[in-house]
Structures are given as structure tokens and as C-alpha cells.
Design a protein around this ligand. Structure first.
Ligand code: FAD
Ligand code: NAD
Length: 475
């Protein structure tokens, strides 16, 4: 194997592996180093996303949602099922197969793009040298014209709540439960808390989510958050706001969780505790002496708008740098950097990164919330369309939620689109494309949407922004 490459990527998650593939497509010589090991000790590319994040969580969300619908919705369709049940072992086996297929697929993609995969730990040294320590402990030093750091993130621990890997766990542990906990507590009502809380709640766990903030889901549009809270409550998710966790202790009768809220000291006994209070950049032993790469006060690798670090020809992408911790954000940064290294054009539009929360109803948005536009003092208008008025949504028994557009009152430019409802994560792609092209609500109004589809809700919301909706009364 060569000792010198045009590009070395450290980290093979959704930020690193696309960077390596694009570099290969750009006819650069490239190696990608990844140290991930699964619970059985086997190495795997794909990082958090494929091994312990996006993909396994969506597999379990799908299985648990199907069970929930079989129990609560099928009868409405006139479908008669008896003895509906589930088997966690089969669900987990299916999930593991999906993960394996996805991670092994990366090696095939690497082969196709001419990427050299290396398993083990990568450490940047001065002068764009990279020390690679194999899983067998063998060390070698490689050289590169460019290095891309894509080391990702790890769960933020909570003081006073020590992980034991079985009963008090992080999100990865919560994806690996072999049985449904009778009593589950999740700390943090963020994206992970809501998604994984939903999985185990649907399968029958009594689920309490403790959230430190007084406000529920402040990252989402206020109306969306309100609608979501209503549905989650109905589903039996017990979300307690303003709850400051003091500690957790494993005792014979369960895990004793103590917290304080507006009413004072509170306690809870549960069988499993998941800590999901955010993630922090992972840069452990990534940087040797004198690399010139700097970190900010929160531990993120400092980069400019084009993902350049303070060291020449050293770049950083994905969760280890500023911006939302999302796989598609990291992917876009990774391919953009690989194009820039090859002297091609590349730019990440940080204003049009979509967010999706894969609950039921699903939540998705792009751009600014109504609250953000209001706070900026910009004159604006909004248009909303409820899925209850969509023929397709009604046919799907999925009339909960709405689509909402926030636009500039003077120029008509779309500033944000917010969806809570069926397939919101798919519907938001149209909104992203519209905003990528700086579309106005009129552009969406004049775009023909197939009937009957869920996407008509987006069309009608755009019309509603000018009080010209057809399928709802305009107010
Ligand atoms: P990672 O995926 O963390 O990959 C980094 C890789 O680098 C890892 O394999 C790590 O082992 C390796 N590495 C680190 N340091 C070194 C080193 N020195 N040498 C060699 N290798 C190293 N995002 C979404 O967009 N959609 C979702 O639905 C979604 N669901 C999620 C669900 C859960 C439960 C979790 C935890 C996260 C989810 N995320 C989701 C977030 C998403 O997983 C991350 O944003 C994404 O994985 C970040 O990609 P990355 O490549 O920057 O880092
Ligand atoms: P998050 O930032 O989404 O939510 C963490 C929540 O925990 C927040 O509501 C926060 O106020 C709360 N919190 C913080 N400290 C607390 C404390 N001491 N006690 C109680 N609550 C506390 O983080 P997450 O849910 O852990 O997810 C981590 C990252 O992974 C996120 O950045 C997210 O973007 C990404 N992710 C994305 C998806 C998706 O795109 N669908 C799914 C899962 C995770």
C-alpha cells in the first residue's frame, strides 16, 4: 500500500465516507481511516449514523409504528387481526441486518471509487502526516497533500448519572434493548428522546421524559411544537418540563432518579434510564503536537465557512465542527471539501439544511420559524393547511398536523416551511428545493401538485399565505 495520498480522511461516518468517495471520483488518491468497532468487536465504516444512529433508530421506529398501527388503526380500515404481538429479538435481528447491509455497502462504494479503507485510529501529526494505529496495535505514518478530519461526536454525559451500559445507557444502548422495559425514563426531550421514547412507548413501556427547559421543543416552530406536544401526550409519552435531574442510583427495586422542578424535589423509579441530553464533538487523541488545528471553547474543531481549519490544507467536516449535528449536513460538507480540494466549485448552503424528527406525526422543517422571523422584525405572512383537509391524508388515516409557510410580506420570498404530519420528512424536500432557488409563495402556488397527494398540503399552504387557498376557508 502507498505511504502517500492526495487526501486522507480520518473518520468514515456520513461526513467522512462521502468525502473519500468524492475525492476518488475526482481522480485523487485517497485513504479513509475509521476506528469504529461494533459490540461484537467487528470494525465497520459508517460511523454513528449507520451503526448506532439514523439507520438503526429508523428501523426500530418503523417496526414499532407498524405494531402501533396494527393495534390502534387497522380496525378503522375494517382489518381484523387477532393476537397481535411482537418479538423484540426479531425486530433487533432485522435492524442489525439493515445496519450490516448499509455498512458493508460502504466498502463496495470505496472499491468503486478507488478509496483505500483503513481500520484503526488516525492521528494528525504536524506537516499533514497521519499516524495510523491498527486494531492490532501496529503503527505506521502516512503522508497527504490534504487531510479531512471527520471524527464525529459522542453522547454528552450527565454528571451524577453514570452509564453502566445495561440499565443506564446512552442512545446506542437504548437501540439495543433486548426486551421492552416496563418503566423507562429518558433524560432530554430532544430529537433522540422523542424518537427513542416513541419506539419503546409504542411497544408498551411506561415512558417518562425529563426535560430541563420549561419550553417544549424550542428548536421547532412554536405552533408545530404545540401540536406535537398534544399528540405525544395522547400517545402516553409523559414529558415533564423544567425537570433538573440531580442524580440516579441503581437499587434492587430499580433505578432511582431524583430531579427538581417548579414544585420542588421529585423522585422516580424506573427499570431503564436513557441519557439523551445532546452530543459533543469527539476529538480524543486526534491531534498530535504542532498540527496548527485549533478547537473552540466547546471542543469543536474551528473552521471557516468552507470547512478549512487553521492549518493549511487540513479540513474538518460533520459533527466535529459547528452547525447542526445532522448526517446530511456532514455529507454535504464532506463532498464540498473534496470538490474544493480538486479545484472544483463547492458551497454548503447552511440556510437550507432540513431537520426531521421521525416521530408520529413526523416533524420536518427548513429555514426560519415564525418566532425567529418575528424577532428579526421582518414583516411576514403565514399560510397553513391542515392534513385533516387533505383527501390523501384522510384516506391514509393520517389527518393529524399541518403544513405551514412563513414568507416575507413585502417580497413574498419563502423564509421557512414547517410540516407536522404524515411523511413530513419526505415532503420537506420540496420546501428545501424551493428555498434553494429562493422561491416565493407564488412560485409554489403556480407549481402543479398531483392529486390526491400529501404534497398538495404544501401547495395549499402557499395559497393560504395570500388567502387564496381552495380547499379550506381563508381567514
Ligand atoms: P460520526 O457518524 O460520528 O462518524 C465519525 C467516525 O469517525 C466514527 O466511525 C468514529 O469511530 C470515527 N473516528 C473518530 N475519531 C477517529 C480517529 N481518530 N481515527 C479513526 N476514526 C475515528 N442525523 C440525521 O441527519 N438524521 C437522523 O435520523 C439521525 N438520527 C440519529 C439517531 C441517533 C440515535 C443518533 C445518536 C444520531 C442521529 N443522527 C441523525 C445524527 C447523525 O448520526 C450524526 O449527525 C452523524 O453521524 C455525524 O456524522 P460524522 O461523520 O460527522 O460523525
Ligand atoms: P438534542 O439537543 O436534540 O436534545 C437534548 C435535549 O436535552 C434538549 O431538549 C435539552 O434541553 C435537554 N437537556 C440538556 N441537558 C439536560 C439535563 N441536564 N436534563 C434534562 N434535559 C436536558 O440532543 P439529542 O436528542 O441528544 O440528539 C443529539 C444530536 O443528534 C442532535 O444534535 C440531533 O440533531 C442529532 N439527532 C438527529 C436526529 C434526526 O435528525 N432525526 C435524530 C437523533 C439525533
Amino acid at each position: 500500500m502507498a505511504d502517500s495520498f492526495d487526501v486522507i480522511v480520518i473518520g468514515g461516518g456520513p461526513a467522512g465516507y462521502p468525502a473519500a468517495i468524492r475525492a476518488g471520483q475526482n481522480k485523487l488518491t485517497v485513504a479513509c481511516i475509521d476506528e469504529w468497532k461494533n459490540r461484537d468487536g467487528s470494525p465497520a465504516f459508517g460511523g454513528t449514523c449507520l451503526n448506532a444512529g439514523c439507520i438503526p433508530s429508523k428501523a426500530l421506529l418503523e417496526s414499532s409504528e407498524l405494531f402501533h398501527r396494527a393495534l390502534h388503526e387497522f380496525a378503522t380500515h375494517g382489518l381484523k387481526l387477532e393476537g397481535v404481538g411482537f418479538d423484540v429479538a426479531t425486530m433487533q435481528k432485522r435492524k442489525a441486518a439493515i445496519v450490516r447491509q448499509s455498512t458493508q455497502g460502504i466498502l463496495t462504494l470505496f472499491k468503486g471509487a478507488g478509496v483505500t479503507p483503513l481500520t484503526g485510529h488516525g492521528r494528525l501529526l504536524a506537516g499533514r502526516k497521519v499516524e495510523v494505529t491498527g486494531h492490532d496495535g501496529a503503527k505506521r505514518v502516512l503522508e497527504a497533500r490534504h487531510v479531512v478530519l471527520a471524527s464525529g461526536s459522542e453522547p454528552t454525559p450527565l454528571r451524577g448519572v453514570a452509564f453502566d451500559g445495561e440499565r443506564i445507557v446512552d442512545s446506542w444502548g437504548a437501540l439495543e434493548f433486548t426486551e421492552v422495559p416496563k418503566r423507562l425514563c429518558v433524560i432530554g426531550a430532544g430529537v433522540i428522546g422523542l424518537e427513542l421514547g416513541s419506539v419503546w412507548r409504542r411497544l408498551g413501556a411506561e415512558t417518562v421524559i425529563l426535560e430541563a427547559l420549561e419550553q417544549f421543543l424550542p428548536i421547532a416552530d412554536g405552533q408545530v411544537a404545540k401540536e406535537a406536544a398534544r399528540h405525544f401526550k395522547k400517545q402516553g409519552l409523559d414529558i415533564r418540563l423544567g425537570a433538573k435531574v440531580a442524580g440516579a442510583e441503581i437499587r434492587p427495586d430499580g433505578i432511582h432518579v431524583s430531579y427538581t422542578d417548579a414544585k420542588g424535589a421529585q423522585a422516580l423509579i424506573v427499570d431503564r434510564l436513557v441519557v439523551a441530553i445532546g452530543r459533543r464533538p469527539f476529538t480524543t487523541d486526534l491531534l498530535g503536537e504542532g498540527t496548527g488545528v485549533t478547537l473552540d471553547e466547546r471542543g469543536f474543531i474551528k473552521v471557516d465557512d468552507h470547512c478549512r481549519t487553521a492549518a493549511p490544507d487540513v479540513w474538518a467536516v460533520g459533527d466535529c465542527v459547528r452547525g447542526p449535528m445532522l448526517a446530511h449536513k456532514g455529507k454535504e460538507e464532506g463532498v464540498t471539501v473534496a470538490d474544493r480540494i480538486a479545484g472544483l466549485y463547492g458551497e454548503v448552503n447552511y440556510r437550507t439544511i432540513p431537520s426531521v424528527i421521525y416521530t408520529a406525526p413526523e416533524i420536518a422543517w427548513v429555514g426560519q420559524t415564525e418566532e425567529q422571523v418575528k424577532a428579526a422584525g421582518r414583516p411576514y405572512k403565514t399560510g397553513s393547511f391542515p392534513f385533516a383537509a387533505s383527501g390523501r391524508a384522510r384516506a391514509m388515516e393520517a389527518g393529524a398536523g399541518f403544513c405551514k409557510i412563513v414568507a416575507d410580506a413585502a417580497t413574498d420570498e419563502i423564509l421557512g416551511i414547517h410540516v407536522i404530519g404524515p411523511m413530513a420528512g419526505e415532503l420537506i424536500a420540496e420546501a428545501v428545493l424551493a428555498m434553494e432557488y429562493s422561491a416565493s409563495t407564488e412560485d409554489l402556488q403556480r407549481t402543479i401538485h398531483a392529486h390526491p397527494t400529501l404534497s398538495e398540503a404544501m401547495h395549499e399552504a402557499a395559497l393560504a399565505a395570500d388567502k387564496r387557498a381552495i380547499d379550506i376557508p381563508n381567514r
